[in-house]
Design a protein around this ligand. Structure first.
Ligand code: SIN
Length: 491
């Protein structure tokens, strides 16, 4: 089906460098495919080192002027961008659904979520206050100011093609940084459309540049950015192995780095929990974007006293989820992003079953006549720590349920992972609430709540889930230096 929008001009198939829409220097392109059925949507530039360098040249040249643009004026551009994003919510939602596969209602929701970050950072741009320090000796003035770090390289993921780019680029622009961006190869179209809207919002030439690249050629682009001393910050959302590589390579020029990496979120339901609220919370947290979310619960621990009732209610809810193409009315779970994702999910299910898990619902591919990437929402009971899905992020609509007996044991199990992005628990015992919240090794903790992300809140992990925060005032600080000014001779 050809891709068609209210405003077809938002379907871009070029890089944007120094305010010009340009092909890759090599002229190469790669296919963007619909994850529902692997059909071609369009082709975009398969950029390489020359394009990556041109983008940094543009961002570097634009930096002196943008960093000294009054914060109020930077905020105005961001506000216009925010209005344009919301004004094109339907088109952007369609783009997201088409290239990423999430149901259209979720695609529209993601646009609103992305816009909320742009609005938040438009507001924060004017509040990057420093300090005046009471001088310890006579005759001095001592001040602290916040400064934009410089050119930022933003490498964004496929699972939230609008929200993740907004969450990185809006604070960078608010702080006075200029940006080079490479969106995920699976989902470049939403990013290109957002950049087109940023251009329309009045962003000066060179302030925001974007280059697209295939999976094979991405390292060529990123290596140029990592090696270039003019790039002062790298921000990345994606896998932990790639994040570690970026951190290692950034060390050579001591770039500032923010990494939002893999998770393995525990979701704990204690005997004293509100059972229905816990099932609702799990459904919201787990099945957003078909489970392809870094903060998706990956291990569900349910205390023995309510375990069986919980599994029964959960299986009924999960079994009722509608799987189908993004555009099908009522679809709640779209296709997985690609064949690699499907293979990993199937491997996790097969391994769990081989090691004794029981399939309460789902467990197979469905709708195969519509495409190869549809997985039935699945509940597995009797999960154990020996299973692959206890150690690795499944990134799909599979809920493994582990039975537990006591608080200390479940905390130890929840923390027994190198990751620490999100964790959730349900309990009505107020003392336990604070004990468990303290004990969980995680950057984000949902307490009797499954929907934890918000533009005003710091998003990010601990341990091998990365460092740095996105969203909130902490998200802005990640794009700034602290500079100390000391004036003497005043006595
Ligand atoms: C992610 O999966 O990386 C982001 C999810 C979110 O913002 O909630």
């Amino acid at each position: 089906m050809p891709l068609s929008l209210h405003r077809d001009e938002l379907i871009r198939s070029s890089n944007f460098i120094a305010a010009a829409w340009v092909p890759a220097a090599s002229g190469r392109v790669f296919d963007v495919v619909d994850p529902a059925d692997n059909t071609l949507v369009t082709r975009v530039p398969d950029s390489g080192a020359a394009d990556a360098r041109a983008a940094v040249d543009a961002a570097h040249a634009a930096f002196p002027s943008w960093r000294t643009t009054p914060a109020r004026d930077r905020a105005r551009v961001l506000r216009r961008w925010h209005a344009l994003i919301l004004g094109h919510q339907e088109d952007l939602g369609r783009l997201i659904s088409r290239e990423q596969g999430k149901p259209l209602a979720e695609g529209r929701g993601e646009v609103a979520y992305a816009a909320s970050y742009v609005e938040w950072f438009a507001e924060e741009a004017t509040r990057t206050y420093g300090d005046v320090i009471p001088e310890p000796v006579r005759g001095r003035k001592m001040l602290v100011v916040k400064e934009a770090v410089g050119v930022v390289a933003a490498i964004t993921p496929w699972n939230f093609p609008a929200a993740m780019i907004a969450r990185k680029i809006a604070p960078a622009l608010a702080a006075g940084c200029t940006v080079v961006c490479k969106p995920a190869e699976d989902t470049p179209l939403t990013s290109l459309a957002l950049v087109r809207l940023a251009e329309e919002a009045g962003l000066p030439p060179g302030v925001l540049n974007i280059v697209t690249a295939s999976r094979e050629r991405t390292p060529e682009v990123v290596d140029v950015w990592l090696a270039d001393p003019r790039v002062r910050k790298v921000t990345f959302t994606g896998s932990t192995p790639v994040g570690k590589h970026l951190a290692r390579e950034s060390a050579a020029t001591l770039k500032k780095v923010s990494l939002e990496l893999g998770g393995n979120a525990p979701f704990i339901v204690f005997d004293d929990a509100d059972l229905d609220a816990a099932v609702d919370g799990l459904m919201a947290a787990k099945f957003r974007n078909g489970g392809q979310t870094c903060v998706s619960p990956n291990r569900v621990y349910v205390q023995a006293g309510i375990h069986d009732r919980f599994v029964e209610k959960l299986a009924a809810r999960v079994g009722a989820l509608a799987v189908g193409p993004a555009t099908e009315a009522g679809s709640q779970i779209g296709p997985m992003i690609n064949a690699r994702a499907v293979a990993k999910i199937e491997q996790h299910v097969a391994d769990a079953v081989a090691l004794g898990a029981t399939v309460e619902v789902g467990g197979t591919r469905v709708r195969q006549a519509d495409g190869p990437h549809y997985i039935a929402p699945t509940v597995l009971a009797e999960a154990t720590a020996a299973m692959l899905l206890a150690r690795e992020e499944t990134f799909g609509p599979v809920v493994p349920v582990f039975r537990f007996h006591d608080e200390a044991g479940v905390i130890a199990a929840a923390n027994d992972t190198p990751f620490g992005l999100a964790a959730y628990f349900y309990s009505r015992d107020i003392a336990r609430v604070w004990r468990v919240a303290d004990a969980l090794e995680s950057g984000i903790v949902g307490i009797n709540e499954g929907a934890i992300a918000a533009e005003a809140a710091p998003f990010g992990g601990v341990k091998e889930s990365g460092y740095g925060r996105e969203g909130s005032r902490y998200g802005l600080e990640d794009y700034m230096h602290t500079k100390y000014l000391c004036q003497g001779g005043l006595a």
